[in-house]
Design a protein around this ligand. Structure first.
Ligand code: AKB
Length: 324
């Protein structure tokens, strides 16, 4: 009988790359709470000394090498990336960061015999030639953005390093992630966070997607749970070495606006779609995450109504607005 505890992250030295980003910020706090601040190391392109985040560019292979060596890192979460909307503004740079960063992590993981690597993928890997609702895990991946192209390539490289070097890389395709603890940056799904900040500031929100642009989404706590659960799952349960579809819910801008208006009838939204609508139109409206459910027990806990309650209460606190 294998000792399953050995496969878990307890007692391991963990490195989070991209710990200052939307997901990294919350993952850093959660891993620190679970495993202790002395076990969790964090880097980001921008240092945040007050949060113990060391400034390190993921393209700086030597700096990363030293970081792993000095701190005897055993598990890596590699979150640093340029997202869909920002990537379209400078596609070559997005490719360099997304692929260069991944290669540094994969090569150094092999060199230092890292036990497990987490590499996030995204719903941006999807494009033409797929069912747009309940999109299965395994379909042709023909993305329309450089971010999506880099993540398809990244998924394949993850599988390649697993097959070729036995490197235990695990991956989830994140949908739009919604949380109050941090701000997203450069994504197409960012509207679903921005909308709460406008509500809390008593401002009308101008949405950059069409009112009916439904997309797969997830509440931050579910996103963090999925990220930690896949990393703690027994190795033999991971049957997919590219990436798993994972989703919490699916909604359109008008559906989330209506939920907010149920709690604040004065809140107004107008829709002025920009280039990001074209990106959203190339993505699924909902995805089938049954493989993640079957292999490592994924189940989301939060629906749209719960998400809106939590977001409104907590984002209002940021602006000292009274609760509804
Ligand atoms: C984006 O909108 O680019 C990201 C994502 C879905 O990966 N939030």
């Amino acid at each position: 009988m294998p000792n399953r505890n050995l496969k878990k992250m307890n007692g391991k030295n963990i490195l989070i790359i991209g710990a200052g980003g939307q997901i990294g910020t919350v993952l850093h706090d959660k891993l620190t709470e679970l495993y202790g601040s002395e076990k969790v190391y964090a880097t980001d392109i921008k240092a945040q000394p007050e949060r113990n985040i060391i400034g390190l560019d993921v393209l700086d292979a030597e700096g990363l090498d030293n970081m792993i060596e000095t701190n005897k890192i055993q598990v890596i979460f590699h979150l640093a990336a340029i997202l869909s909307a920002k990537g379209e503004q400078n596609p070559k740079r997005a490719w360099e960061i997304n692929m260069g960063g991944l290669f540094n992590v994969l090569e150094l993981a092999v060199k230092h015999a890292i036990e497990k690597v987490f590499y996030p993928s995204t719903i941006a890997v999807f494009g033409d030639h797929i069912p747009l609702t309940n999109t299965p895990n395994h379909v042709p991946l023909v993305p329309a953005t450089v971010y999506g192209i880099s993540k398809v390539a990244g998924e394949l490289w993850a599988e390649y390093y697993y097959n070729r070097h036995g490197l235990d890389v695990r991956s989830i395709r994140y949908p739009g992630v919604i949380g109050y603890q941090s701000l997203p940056g450069g994504g197409t799904t960012d509207y679903a966070v921005d909308i709460f900040h406008s509500e809390a500031k008593n401002e009308e929100y101008t949405c950059f997607l069409s009112e009916d642009a439904a997309l797969p989404m997830i509440y931050m706590d579910d996103c963090i749970k999925a990220t930690i659960d896949i990393m703690n799952a027994p190795k033999e349960s991971i049957t997919c070495r590219t990436s798993y579809n994972v989703s919490g819910m699916s909604f359109s801008p008008i559906e989330i606006a209506t939920e907010i208006q149920k709690r604040n009838p004065d809140f107004r939204v107008k829709y002025i779609p920009d280039f990001r609508q074209q990106i959203a139109s190339s993505w699924p409206q909902s995805i089938d995450d049954s493989l993640a459910r079957k292999d490592w027990g994924w189940t989301p806990s939060f629906n749209l109504s719960q998400l809106v309650d939590i977001m409104m209460q907590n984002v209002r606190k940021i602006y000292s607005k009274t609760e509804y």
